[in-house]
Design a protein around this ligand. Structure first.
Ligand SMILES: [Zn+2]
Ligand SMILES: [Zn+2]
Length: 247
C-alpha cells in the first residue's frame, strides 16, 4: 500500500508488514530500504503514482541489511545499476541477508505470540525465505549527509544490527528509524513504539542506548521499518520504547 506524502516528499510503501520509503526532491528519488521481493510491482506502481519514472530512482539507502530490507535490492542493481549505501558493518549481512546475529531463537516466538503468525505468514508469502544478497557500493558514515535525493543525515543507531543507521531529514522534520525503533514488532505482533524482539536483535542493550541518538533528532514524525507512522514526535516514541523494554 502506498501512502503519498506522509510528510511532504516522503512516500511510504507498505507490503507484508514491511515498510520502505521513497524520498523525493528535484534531483529524483531515493529508496530507503528494499522490502521483501514481493514489493517489486508495488514499487513500480508507486514511482509512477508520484509522477516519476523508474530512471528517476537514483539510489538505494539501507538502514540495515536484514532480509526484509534488501528484498528487491539485487534486482534494482541489475536493472539500473543503482548505488547501494549502507554502513560498512552491514556489508557482510547485505551479501548474506540471513546470517544475522540475534539474542534469542526466533522459532519460539510465534507460539508465545500468536498475533505474530499472520504477519510472519504474509512475509513468507512475499518471499521472505528466498531473498538474495546484494553488494553494497557506498558507505554511510556517522553524521554525514548522504549525497542522494532528499540529502538524509546519517544517525548511527547500532543494536538491532551492528551497523544500523537511521536517517534524518531536518528540513522535513522526519526521522526514518529503520528497525532501531518500530511501531509494529513482526515477531510479537505488538504495536506502538518499541524495539524489535530479541529474536531479530543483535544487542538489545546497544539498541536501547541508540534510542538517545534518535531522540536527539527531535523530529516531529517518525517513520519506521515496520508499523504505522508516528506523529507525536521522536522523543515520545523513544520514551515509550524505553518503557516497553525488549521482548
Ligand atoms: Zn531488521
Ligand atoms: Zn525489519
Amino acid at each position: 500500500m502506498l501512502t503519498q506524502n506522509v510528510v511532504p516528499g516522503v512516500h511510504q510503501i507498505e507490503h507484508a508488514h514491511v515498510n520502505c520509503y521513497l524520498i523525493e526532491d528535484d534531483d529524483g528519488l531515493t529508496l530507503v530500504d528494499a522490502g521483501l521481493p514481493g514489493v517489486w510491482n508495488e514499487l513500480g506502481r508507486a514511482i509512477r503514482a508520484v509522477g516519476r519514472r523508474p530512471d528517476d530512482l537514483k539510489a538505494l539507502v539501507l538502514t540495515h541489511a536484514h532480509f526484509d530490507h534488501v528484498g528487491v535490492a539485487r534486482r534494482l542493481v541489475q536493472r539500473q545499476g543503482l548505488p547501494v549505501y549502507a554502513h560498512p558493518d552491514e556489508r557482510t549481512l547485505a551479501a548474506h541477508p540471513y546470517r544475522y546475529a540475534h539474542e534469542r531463537p526466533a522459532a519460539a516466538y510465534p507460539l508465545q505470540h500468536p498475533r505474530a503468525l499472520p504477519i510472519l505468514g504474509s512475509m513468507v508469502m512475499a518471499g521472505a525465505v528466498a531473498v538474495r544478497g546484494v553488494e553494497t557500493t557506498e558507505e554511510l558514515s556517522a553524521e554525514t549527509i548522504v549525497p542522494v535525493p532528499g540529502r538524509p543525515r546519517v544517525i548511527p543507531s547500532p543494536g538491532h544490527t551492528f551497523g544500523h543507521c537511521a536517517l534524518h531529514l531536518p528540513d522535513r522534520d522526519v526521522v526514518l528509524t529503520g528497525d532501531a525503533l518500530v511501531t509494529l514488532d513482526p515477531y510479537t505482533g505488538q504495536t506502538g513504539p518499541r524495539l524489535v524482539a530479541r529474536a531479530a536483535t543483535a544487542d538489545s542493550q546497544a539498541a536501547m542506548q541508540s534510542l538517545d541518538a534518535l531522540a536527539g533528532t527531535q523530529a516531529g514524525t517518525v517513520l519506521t521499518g515496520h508499523g504505522q507512522p508516528w506523529r507525536a514526535g521522536i522523543e515520545d516514541a523513544v520514551e515509550a520504547a524505553r518503557q516497553h523494554g525488549a521482548a
